[in-house]
Write a new protein. Structure first.
Length: 229
């Protein structure tokens, strides 16, 4: 059921720009009462889930406010509860001209400043994230990276928060910004469909095993009662 929940969320976000799929890590559970047995009863359990940060396919949109990242790194945005990080560069302009995400979070420039633009003028975003209008530099997108992606925890489906206060972001080395493009979700629908079939088959096998175990227990109780009488 845990695997199915993770997979269902991945399928639901297969068309969400910059979405990073959740995967599960399995281990074996051994029944405590069988610890002294030479062949203890074991079963697979999900020990933890992890996020797959692999690069999604970059697709052209032609929208000047759409930006995609190639390589490592995250766009930094400002929420009411602090800085969040995302790979979804589907940006837009707020009524006051600030560059914001689809959820209304201001996009951070280097140094934490917001970027205010003129909606009536062409916008150019260079490969290093520098934003210009009419030849004037407005600012530069803050693109952060982390030494350990495991210290990031999901905030909703498309944002990440730093779960370890000791971990500080650093500029993303080698990251390239592509204007007029978006990074697609790395949760492939074909792969998810195959995994869904596998999980359903596993579910059916476990259900049959439970039914057989129940029938065997029922027969043993009936036979014991018959001998006792």
């Amino acid at each position: 059921m845990e695997s199915l929940d993770l997979l269902a969320n991945n399928v639901a976000n297969a068309s969400t720009g910059g979405y990073k799929a959740d995967r599960e890590f399995y281990s074996l559970y051994a029944a405590p009462e069988a610890a002294d047995d030479d062949s203890p009863s074991t079963m697979p359990v999900i020990e933890k889930q992890w996020t797959d940060f692999s690069q999604g396919v970059v697709q052209q949109t032609g929208n000047s406010l759409d930006v995609a990242l190639s390589g490592k790194g995250f766009f930094a945005v400002q929420s009411a509860r602090g800085t969040l990080y995302t790979r979804n560069g589907n940006f837009r302009l707020a009524p006051d001209g600030k560059l914001v995400t689809a959820d209304g979070y201001p996009v951070r420039g280097t140094g934490g400043a917001s970027l205010t633009l003129n909606a009536s003028r062409p916008i150019e975003i260079a490969g290093d994230g520098t934003v210009t209008q009419d030849g004037t530099v407005i600012g530069q997108l803050e693109i952060a990276d982390f030494t350990s992606a495991g210290a990031l925890s999901k905030q909703g489906n498309n944002y990440f928060r730093v779960s370890d206060p000791a971990l500080q972001p650093s500029p993303a080395a080698g990251a390239a910004v592509q204007q007029g493009s978006l990074e697609a979700s790395n949760s492939g629908t074909a792969e998810s469909a195959v995994r869904l079939v596998g999980i359903l088959r596993q579910f059916e096998m476990l259900q049959k095993a439970m039914t057989l175990g129940g029938d065997m227990s029922k027969q043993a109780i009936e036979q014991v009662a018959r001998v006792g009488s």
